[in-house]
Ligand binder design. Structure first.
Ligand code: SAM
Ligand code: SF4
Length: 498
């Protein structure tokens, strides 16, 4: 069959983390160069790509079910080709090609540039695979095609891979070694987002605090014979070695795009510096929200997890956040039932949740992943029902803490960026405050409809574990000097207590 005869409508379905969503947008861009147009459903497509996640067994199971469903689609559309991208492609390549006959294409996270070539092979009726990991690939200069975009918020990947080797985690095996993306290309992508009307960006990496970029002399040569390292504005980079670290990068983006709200994820407690916190505190367009996964409240468990910090170290980092940014919201990730976790360890996690009083948490049962340090070294010895019971206790406790934090916002005036119409009520819109809480607001204000992308000064009137409700005080032209305004009402919680 002539490969050119392949129709060129692609549907990309993303599973797992925000990084996968961002990767799918890079894939769409690479395929657009090759003549592919993104479509909104698998039924309309000639090529379906599943961008997959391996983080827990359940995530893989969901994708395997979806791959099976592709058989029905193929039965209806004989020309349909199916590809598996991302972490499962890397981890399960042989299984996918041998056991899942419906799969035509398997491509790992560092091999997306080879997609056009691989698709030519698929077009001739052969299966194609490339799961080579790279030490350099950052897709730095590729301008992503924004998929499923609300036109307001976007992701920008600043680094790939991870060198940390947490004992439970499969990411270093599926996404390879850590590498940072050229700072100039990150700033340029953010500037492009502003030109395209976006109001918020989330900078993504598995461990953003270890971001480090040193320009090669040729990348920013400042003139004849000079090989001085310079930043993306042509100014010398901010430390004596010419390296841009994460704090420098945040500052560069904040200054280059003052009308863009900036978020980032994920921080690592062992690497998070006060320098980053000080930059966050200084720039009003950097959101006052940090996701700082702790995983466990027990130093013994943290040691077995190979996280590189103790409970005390973690609490000291929390104290720094509170000291430098009293109005900063904090969220976390928790794993229940990691290898060897005792009841006492579990109680320490519950007590840490209480001590910190997180705004929000993502909570999981430990799921053993092949090849990881834990799978090789420690028995998965906490019974399933114990993991489940502990997880339920953690969720229950966190619900109280989230409710408490949100209740503290009632009476305050917050800057909210509207993202869209509320799913529950056509009369309302939803947005987020700087702290990342969802805020529900009336859709109309003095005869004007609140459109996505509008900044609003909102009076918070109600709170639950899941979010906030507010009244509109004013529409704002742009981001203000502060994200939490003191309310005229006497009974609001002072935000220093957040
Ligand atoms: N790089 C980030 C970090 O270090 O915090 C997050 C990586 S991972 C995509 C997101 C979360 O999934 C982790 O923080 C952890 O809580 C959870 N996770 C990772 N591996 C897991 C496993 N084997 N079982 C259960 N949860 C896991
Ligand atoms: Fe996984 Fe740890 Fe790296 Fe996060 S920091 S991706 S948990 S190895």
């Amino acid at each position: 069959m002539d490969p050119l005869a392949l129709s060129k409508r692609v549907y990309i379905e993303s599973y797992g983390c925000q990084m996968n969503v961002s990767d799918s947008e890079v894939v769409a861009s690479i395929l657009a160069q090759d003549g592919y147009t993104p479509v909104k459903s698998a039924e309309e497509a000639d090529l379906v790509l599943l961008n997959t996640c391996s983080i827990r067994e359940k995530a893989e199971y969901t994708v395997l079910q979806r791959i099976n469903e592709m058989n029905n689609l193929k039965a209806r559309n004989k020309g349909l080709k199916v590809g598996v991208l991302g972490c499962m492609a890397e981890r399960m390549r042989e299984d996918l090609l041998e056991k899942k006959k419906v799969v035509d294409l398997v491509v790992g996270p560092d091999a997306y540039r080879t997609l056009p070539e691989l698709l030519k092979k698929v077009g001739t009726g052969q299966k194609a695979v490339n799961v080579l990991l790279s030490r350099e690939e950052t897709y730095g200069e590729i301008e992503p095609v924004r998929l499923d975009s609300n036109g307001v918020t976007a992701f920008v990947t600043i680094m790939r891979g991870c060198d940390n080797m947490c004992a439970f985690c499969v990411v270093p095996f599926t996404r390879g070694r850590e590498r940072s993306r050229d700072a100039a290309s990150i700033v340029n992508e953010c500037r492009q987002l502003v030109r395209d009307g976006y109001k918020e960006v989330t900078l993504l990496g598995q461990n953003v605090d270890s971001y480090k970029w040193r320009p090669t002399p040729s990348a920013f040569d400042t003139g004849a014979g000079s090989n001085r390292s310079v930043d993306p504005q042509g100014r010398p980079a901010s430390d004596s070695t010419g390296t841009t670290d994460f704090a420098d990068l945040l500052k560069l983006v904040a200054v280059a795009c003052p009308t863009l709200r900036i978020r980032y994820s994920t921080s690592h407690p062992k690497d998070m510096t006060d320098k980053v916190l000080e930059v966050m505190a200084r720039y009003p367009n950097i959101c006052k929200y940090i996701h700082l996964p702790v995983q466990s409240g027990s130093t013994d468990v943290l040691h077995r997890m190979n996280r590189g910090y103790t409970r005390e170290w973690y609490l000291e980092r929390i104290a720094s956040i509170r000291r430098i940014m009293p109005d900063c919201a904090i969220s976390t990730d928790i794993i229940s039932g990691f290898c060897g976790e005792t009841e006492e360890d579990h109680q320490q996690t519950l007590s840490l949740l209480k001590t910190v009083g997180y705004n929000m948490a993502f909570m999981f049962k430990y799921s053993e992943r092949p090849k990881t340090l834990a799978a090789r070294k420690y028995p998965d010895d906490v019974p399933e029902e114990v993991k489940g019971r502990r997880l339920a206790e953690i969720i229950e406790a966190q619900k109280l803490h989230s409710t408490g934090r949100n209740a503290g916002y009632v009476g305050q005036l917050h800057e909210v960026l509207v993202e869209g119409v509320s799913k529950r009520s056509q009369e309302h819109v939803f947005g987020r405050n700087s702290q990342g809480s969802v805020v529900i607001l009336p859709r109309m204000h003095k005869g004007t409809e609140l459109l996505p992308g509008t900044f609003v000064k909102a009076h918070i009137i109600n709170a639950s574990a899941g979010g906030l409700k507010g009244d509109i005080v004013d529409l704002m032209e742009e981001i203000q000097r502060t994200s939490v305004f003191h309310s005229a009402t006497a009974d609001h919680a002072p935000h220093a207590s957040l």
